[in-house]
Design a protein around this ligand. Structure first.
Ligand SMILES: O=C(O)CCC(=O)C(=O)O
Ligand SMILES: [Fe+2]
Length: 302
């Protein structure tokens, strides 16, 4: 028997109705209907930004300069618990009707092993996430960086839902193709920490110089070098927590997920207008399909 439950409202006028299955261990079954958009559950951005600006002014920095020099920013409660639950329910409902690719790209060290809802699917069927990508998150990123960023023209890569079941899933070490990536965690899990080395790259201006770029990256990634020059940051997933990073300069990965719950988060990428990525096609096949790729590491292909 299903029963309709009213969830408590966080912001006065918001209400979300969740259909729960009484016999199903309380697992969310059907999608939520919102009288007001999930986006209204995004914590008040102006308050968050004024505080951030105030803190930085004390050190004589603008928001953009402060973010640029740390290379990342963590913000708790970017999305309220109710907002997270609503998005999780919409994702669960999408998964009841659609099969997701299971990606396994073995690597030395940490491999890439996850499931994903790519941005084309999100644009078609997950309206709240798409709107967040195009709107509030873009605004937040622009204020934080002090730069006018845009969602990617390549919507498939622009916004993703990453799903990592406990057990063997993990996300390999890499740099993203884009200037900025925002990671929004939706649930609490055991393990599954994002590990990053902020601003840890000598990034060549010409993105076609992949051989030299790969050489420089591998040199910095040597254990002795990163021990001496890198700073390791570990971020635990928490519902509503947001990490924004300079993604093509932060070397990052995700540790294995333990326990019994899946790790689910939303990855939203932005860049300056007209940004191009020579490795784009091979990398999209690698990240979003189960097909073989021409290169074993398309991050360094042209
Ligand atoms: O899930 C995370 O914490 C990071 C995932 C990631 O790096 C990516 O999707 O590019
Ligand atoms: Fe990434």
């Amino acid at each position: 028997m299903n029963n309709l439950q009213r969830r408590p409202s966080f912001h006065g006028d918001f209400s979300v109705w969740v259909l729960t299955s009484a016999g199903g261990g309380g697992k969310l079954r059907a999608s939520t209907t919102t009288r007001h958009s999930v986006l209204e559950l995004v914590a008040d951005l102006d308050d968050a930004m004024s505080l951030y600006l105030l803190e930085n002014r004390m050190y004589g920095m603008t928001s953009g300069a402060a973010f640029g020099s740390t290379g990342y920013h963590v913000r708790d409660e970017f999305l309220s618990a109710e907002g997270c639950e609503a998005l999780l329910a919409q994702i669960a409902s999408y998964r009841e009707k659609n099969v997701l690719p299971r990606i396994h790209r073995p690597m030395k060290g940490r491999s890439l092993r996850y499931s994903v809802i790519d941005g084309e699917r999100i644009q078609r069927d997950l309206e709240n996430i798409w709107t967040l990508y195009q709107g509030k998150m873009n605004e937040f990123v622009n204020k934080l960086t002090g730069i006018s960023m845009e969602p990617l023209a390549n919507s498939r890569a622009g916004v993703n839902v990453n799903i990592m079941p406990p057990g063997r899933s993990e996300y390999r070490w890499h740099y993203d193709r884009t200037t900025i990536t925002a990671i929004l965690y939706l649930n609490r899990v055991e393990g599954g920490e994002t590990v990053l080395y902020p601003n840890y790259r000598i990034l060549l201006e010409d993105p076609r110089r992949v051989r030299l770029q790969s050489l420089l990256d591998r040199a910095l990634q040597l254990r002795v070098i990163r021990g001496a020059f890198g700073k390791k940051v570990v971020v635990e997933p928490r519902p509503g927590r947001l990490v924004v990073m300079r993604a093509n300069r932060c070397w990052h990965s995700v540790r294995g997920v333990r326990g019994s719950s899946e790790r689910i988060n939303v990855i939203l990428s932005y860049d300056v207008p007209g940004a191009e990525y020579p490795m784009e096609r091979g990398l999209d096949t690698y990240l979003y399909t189960q097909e073989k790729t021409a290169s074993s590491d398309p991050n360094y292909a042209r």
